[in-house]
Write a protein that binds this ligand. Structure first.
Ligand SMILES: [Zn+2]
Ligand SMILES: [Zn+2]
Length: 386
């Protein structure tokens, strides 16, 4: 078995590098999903296509048991790689800077090796290879395609790599794990005119400035300080030249929350503030909300089970607690709404490098010594959660 595991280890590294060389953006993961499908089928796992480039593998154990889903995302980011790795991206402007290449390779390694152990497995394992996590989101269309049903998934888990921990370290947290992410456009409509005669028009620039400032008071004055809310304006576009008053100004922004009951209140508050300020200054507005990923909530009973399993996995050097959630977003949230879920962090930092480039950096690289730990943990979850 040891020999099998170590040859599996080099196979996982090979897959990861192959996927890393050929990164694909969301819903374009053709080459990656073909590789996944080929390897799963080669191991005798039945596969189906969902949500375009998504692949689901199903493996049935020899004894009755629960249905456990393990999820990996497959998409890359629109970046030019500057990691210096010998297996860097061969696709200009596209890079695996979020570690999804490693997620896919680890889950593939776990699935292929588990297929040879069906006689020792209970229940049903579902392997979700998901497209487009970085947007517009592949989890929701996979759920709509029925992946959580027939048989109904009892628990769902995922691994995300993190350079903040040393290679192989598993980091866990119960409760909120990532933030919800909703985007909005706010267009302020006034009347154009000459910059020297502002009274004759309705200048949207000072109105926009007032709104940007006032929106910051949602977090500071309207929401419990112990709840977490971010309202950020990312862009302002308006005006033509220095002596023309801007007839329209467009603000675009994003809202991040950890609590659904807070999340639902924010759009109404943005609109109330915009409406009041526009009315005060003779302008009108158009507000459009683009709801995004919900917050990932980690189920405490499942986290406790996973912690116990991780501590009993020899390839995992340490299990640590994550002290606080992040305001980043993850569409695993949709799976974790359908069944108890757990987002697991796996350290990929090199020992002694506390200033590693972050995820989404063109310089991001990971310590492949973490890959066997991730595979071992996924295998252990398959054996012990079902
Ligand atoms: Zn990412
Ligand atoms: Zn990611």
């Amino acid at each position: 078995m040891t020999a099998t595991i170590s040859s599996l280890g080099s196979q996982v590294v090979d897959w990861r590098r192959e996927i890393h060389r050929h990164p694909e953006l969301g819903f374009q993961e053709k080459r990656t999903s073909a590789l996944v499908e080929r390897e799963l089928r080669g191991a005798g796992i039945e596969t189906s296509r969902v949500a375009g480039t998504g692949v689901v593998g199903v493996l049935r154990g020899s004894r009755p048991g629960k249905t456990i889903a393990l999820r990996a995302d497959m998409d890359a980011l629109p970046l030019d790689e500057r990691s210096g790795e010998p297996f860097s991206s061969e696709v200009p402007g596209v890079m695996h800077a979020c570690g999804h290449d490693a997620h896919t390779a680890m889950l593939l390694g776990a699935a292929v090796s588990l297929a040879a152990e069906c006689d020792r497995l209970a229940g049903t394992l579902k392997f979700f290879f998901q497209p487009a996590e970085e947007g517009p989101g592949g989890a929701k269309p996979m759920i709509e395609a029925g992946v959580m049903r027939a048989p109904q998934v009892d628990a769902v888990a995922m691994i995300h790599v993190s350079p903040a921990y040393e290679a192989g370290v598993v980091a866990l947290r119960s409760g909120p794990m990532t933030a919800s992410c909703d985007d909005f456009d706010l267009e302020i409509q006034g009347r154009g005119g000459h910059g020297a005669y502002p009274h004759a028009g309705v200048d949207t620039i000072p109105i926009a400035a007032e709104i940007v400032g006032a929106l910051q008071r949602i977090a500071s004055r309207e929401i419990d300080p112990l709840a977490s809310v971010v309202v950020s304006i990312g862009t302002i576009q308006g005006g033509y030249r220095r002596n023309i008053t801007a007839d329209t100004t467009l603000l675009t922004g994003t809202i991040r929350c950890l609590d659904e009951s807070v999340r639902t209140k924010i759009p109404e508050r943005i609109e109330r503030i915009a409406a009041g300020i526009c009315r005060a200054h003779r302008a009108s507005y158009k507000f459009a909300l683009d709801p995004g990923y919900p917050s990932v909530y980690n189920d405490s009973a499942l986290v406790a089970d996973i912690e116990r399993i991780a501590r009993a996995t020899p390839q995992v050097p340490a299990v640590v607690a994550i002290p606080a959630p992040t305001m980043g977003a993850e569409d695993f949230a949709y799976f974790a709404r359908e069944a108890p879920g757990c987002y697991i962090r796996l350290g990929v930092g090199r020992p002694g490098h506390s200033d590693e480039p972050m995820l989404h950096s063109p310089e991001f690289k990971l310590d492949e010594a973490a890959l066997p730990s991730g595979v071992a943990l996924l295998r252990a979850l398959a054996h012990h959660l079902a």
